[in-house]
Ligand binder design. Sequence first.
Ligand SMILES: [Zn+2]
Length: 83
Amino acid sequence: MCISVQYTPRDQLEEPWDAERQLITLPSELHEDFALRALRAVLHQLDIPQAESGARCWCGEPIGLLPRIPQQRRSEQVIHLGA
Ligand SMILES: [Zn+2]
């Protein structure tokens, strides 16, 4: 299973790496370059070798950074429901 990326507002982010789902969660406040840098930092901590640019899965496939707006909307709805 390849590594995928999702975004969560920083105050709801508890654990950036979910080993069971092979899922890296980044703060949704981060913009493109900063999100990529944060992603590379997590991958580095997981001992996954990285090329000079971009981000790579342990299998060598590039990891894409997806648009983050739908995730944010879903989180906001959860907050409203819980209130
Ligand atoms: Zn992979």
